[in-house]
Design a protein around this ligand. Structure first.
Ligand code: CUA
Length: 346
């Protein structure tokens, strides 16, 4: 091969590698990691990406060079020269990818093992997924069924996931890990938050019409603040609890929060802005349209949601499990809470 050809090959390779590296580096593909596990996962990502960029540069340089150098002239119609392969090249292009893929496998295996090692005393949080809300409980404390997740920074946490109805999947982009929540099959995920802040919790398994709205947030706090919050029984965890305290009572508001009603419904008194189901600030008008007394209408809409569906909304979206899933006292409090807020609103 002429020296000029080699220089051309190297030049094309450098340009292709440079473009690929720029796309990898200057597009913000991943959020800033907020957990130790995410940091390790990002390392694997960049490890594999650097290898990919090198291979892309090599392949691109050979292709572009060949297209330019060996292009057939317009009047050229004879066959190319017969070629019988090249044993040395074949050994190289088998051995090098084998070594690279093995290296990626080993690095990934080490990271997976380290990410799963929760230590001897992780904080346990029970996570319940249902259409279309997340709820969180802290065993051994008074904090149960809160709608947003709170975690202390720097401590190993194991989330125990459970689904009440269909498959869901827990994902916080800043934590990099995803874990399915499966009915009847508990799963876990280990997280060590490293950065104080609030991040989105997203359902990343298509679970029904409200899937896109099945979101909440996780707040990573200083350990002392987290302990105070836990000792205080999880107070101030839920936006709008104060406003919901009168009429129907705190119990009704707590049930509204713990059942995740706000992820699908709007209710000003609870600070809820869901858009999947009817706006609960219009309950009084909807009851009139349905031709039913307000209280009976609210009760029926929870336990038998398909009996009457507000025009413009679809049949069969709201789960029919609330009638049996919510304890009677909580259900009564929830109905009262909604009825009171509807009377106040109209
Ligand atoms: Cu739950 Cu998607």
């Amino acid at each position: 091969m002429r020296r000029g050809s080699i220089l051309q090959l190297v030049g094309i390779g450098l340009v292709a590698g440079g473009v690929a590296a720029a796309v990898a580096l200057f597009v913000p593909w991943l959020p800033e990691p907020a957990s130790r596990e995410a940091g390790r996962i990002h390392f694997v990502f960049w490890f594999a990406t650097v290898i990919c960029i090198a291979i892309f540069a090599l392949v691109a340089s050979v292709i572009v060079y060949s297209v330019l150098r060996f292009r057939a002239a317009p009047d050229e119609e004879d066959d190319g020269p017969p070629i019988h392969g090249h044993t040395g090249l074949e050994i190289v292009w088998t051995a090098v990818p084998t070594a690279l893929v093995t290296a990626i496998a080993i690095v990934s295996g080490i990271v997976l093992a380290k990410d799963d090692a929760a230590g001897s005393n992780p904080l346990r949080v029970n996570v319940t997924a249902q259409q279309f809300a997340w709820t969180f409980s802290y065993p051994g404390t008074k904090v149960a069924n809160v709608g947003t997740l709170r975690l202390p920074v720097g401590r190993s946490v194991v989330l125990h996931l459970e689904a009440r109805d269909v498959l869901h999947s827990f994902w916080v982009p800043e934590f990099s890990q995803k874990q399915d929540a499966v009915p009847g099959h508990p799963t876990t995920v280990h997280i060590t938050p490293t950065r104080v802040g609030t991040y989105p919790v997203i359902c990343t398994e298509l679970c029904g019409l409200g899937h896109a709205y099945m979101r909440t947030s996780v707040t990573v706090m200083q350990p002392a603040a987290f302990r105070r919050w836990l000792a205080g029984g999880g107070g101030q965890a839920q936006g709008g609890q104060g406003q919901g305290a009168q009429g129907g009572g705190q119990a009704g508001n707590a049930t509204f929060e713990s059942q995740g009603c706000g992820s699908c419904h709007t209710l000003k008194a609870a600070g809820a802005t869901g858009k999947v189901g009817p706006d609960l600030d219009n309950l009084a008008a909807d009851a009139r349209k349905a031709g039913k007394p307000l209280q009976a209408y609210v009760h029926e809409s929870i336990v038998d949601p398909n009996a009457y569906v507000v025009p413009g909304y679809q049949q069969g979206v709201m789960p029919t499990t609330y009638g049996t899933g919510i304890p009677k006292a909580d259900l009564d409090a929830l109905v009262q809470y909604l009825v009171t807020s509807a009377r106040k609103g109209s």
